[in-house]
Structure formats: C-alpha cells, structure tokens
Design a protein around this ligand. Sequence first.
Ligand code: NAP
Length: 285
Amino acid sequence: MSALPLDGKSLAKEMESILKERVSFLAESFKHVPKLATILVGDDPSSATYVKMKALACQRVGMASVRVELPHNTTTEELLQKIHELNQDPLVHGILLQHPVPSHINERMAFEAIDINKDVDGVTCLGFGRMAMGEAAYGSATPAGIISLLEHYKIPLEGKHAVVVGRSAILGKPMALMLLQKNCTVTICHSKTLHLEKFIAEADILVGAVGIPHFIKSKWIKTGAVVIDAGYHPGGIGDIENTKLSSIASAYTPVPGGVGPMTISTLIRQSIESGETQIKSLKTL
Ligand code: NAP
C-alpha cells in the first residue's frame, strides 16, 4: 500500500487565495481590513518564529497585523493590561497570545482576558465550551485545521475509532471534541495512560500531539490507519516516527507541510471571519 499524503501546504495555499479575495472585498466595500494582534512574551526562538510566520501570512492575504513583544520579566498584570488595550481597540479584530508564556505568568488568566469576539484561537473557556457544545465558536486553530484537512481529502470519520495522544488545552482536548462531533468514537491518551501501544494499535485515525520527537513508533500503528502528526520539532521532526509510514498508513500528514500550514491558514481564516463580523457591524451602527 502507498499512503496518501495529506498535503496541508497546498491546501493552505488554496485557502489563502480565497481569503485574499475576502480581505479585498472588505477593503473595497468597507475601507477596512481585518487586523490580527499577536502577543509574544519572552524570547523563545520557536515562539518568535511562529509569531513571525503568522504576521507573514497576514501580509500575504492583505490583512493588517500588529506584533506586541513583551520582555520575559513581564508580570501577569502587565500582560492583562496589554490584552485589555487590544480588547478596547476597534481596529483589532483578533488577538493571539503565543503559547507558552514564561512560567511566572498566569497563562490561563491571560487567555481568559481575551474578548470572546476576538478569541480567534479558541483559547478562552467560553470559546472552548461553545465549541465543545457544537455552538458557533472559533476553534483552536491546530485541531480545526486538522479537521479541514481531513474533510478536504474526504477522509471518512463517522464511526471510526480516533485515538488522540495528548490532552493539552490547545491541541489534544479540542481535537478529541472536534472528532467526537464528527461522530468518531474517541479515545484520549496522555502521560499516565497504561498500555499506550494497545490503544494506538486500535486507531483508525491516530493523532499524535505529544511534544516528543518521534515518540509514537510506526510499528505500533494499524495497517490502513489515517495518521495525523501534529508535532513539530527543530529539523522538521514530528511526534510520530515516519519511517515506513507510507507503507503502513492509508493517509498521513507529512512533517513539515502537513498540520503546520493548516494551523496558520485556519488562524488567518478565523481572524478574517471575526474582522468581517466586526467591520460589517460597525457599518450598520
Ligand atoms: P503539551 O502541552 O506539552 O502537551 C503534550 C501532551 O502529551 C500532554 O497532554 C501529555 O500528557 C502528553 N504526553 C506527554 N508525554 C506522554 C507520554 N509519554 N505518553 C502519552 N502522552 C504523553 O504540548 P502541545 O502544546 O499540545 O503540543 C504537542 C505537539 O504539537 C508539540 O510537538 C508541539 O510542537 C506541536 N504543536 C504543533 C502545532 C502546529 O501548528 N503544527 C501547534 C501547536 C502544537 P499529560 O497531560 O498527562 O502531561
């Protein structure tokens, strides 16, 4: 068997060309473009790269963006104040606080401070809760991007056993809930799971979101499984060992070029949707 690569890079490019038209329409009709504010606290090089990539994506589709860079010793109160200012700014339509923030900051409190209408990465409890209940909400960009990729390639989800390895608030948990909404039967595994290999061997759809390079071994994976690697590590390494994957899986996301580009284009799409809503409502006031 030769597995189908789920090409997130190409799909993200296609999405961007459509998004560019939506931004042009807003610029022509409403004389405004959506604006995403990114907040980076500290000097973690990977986070700095992610923020830069998001700003470049804004540029490619014609959106505005503002990068707020705060020093490592920023306090929770100072960060909350900055978020509050961005909440009040009518020209900012989406706010992204780059995870993780330095450990002395109360990250949950900072996420919760983001105005729900500007929570384009689904990080607030309210946004997460709405998504979990199947109500309108911006989902966390990485799992939402994975769902778009699976749907684009018409991967059957209903009735399938999906195994998500990882339960972080931004990735594993929302991924599991989104797959549940697509009528998968979902198992969530984490660092305290016993007999992890047994669960992985039962997965029709496997999502690796562990944060350890090549942690999931290809020999654990069932023949014909759909394999989604959300991990990303320096040197373009994912969380799933990819040797022999193309002869084991029925479809898989390459690393790089699978999940990463979909995360960015999903964040941009959700920022544009938020911009459309806010810009059009200003016009009708
Ligand atoms: P995280 O917050 O560190 O969460 C890792 C999860 O993996 C935790 O739930 C943890 O379990 C679980 N885990 C750790 N060791 C394990 C083990 N031995 N067996 C089973 N589960 C284990 O990481 P994250 O933010 O979710 O990110 C996960 C990966 O996705 C990273 O590689 C990250 O770089 C990548 N990522 C990629 C994108 C993208 O755009 N492509 C976006 C976000 C993240 P516990 O809860 O029990 O600790």
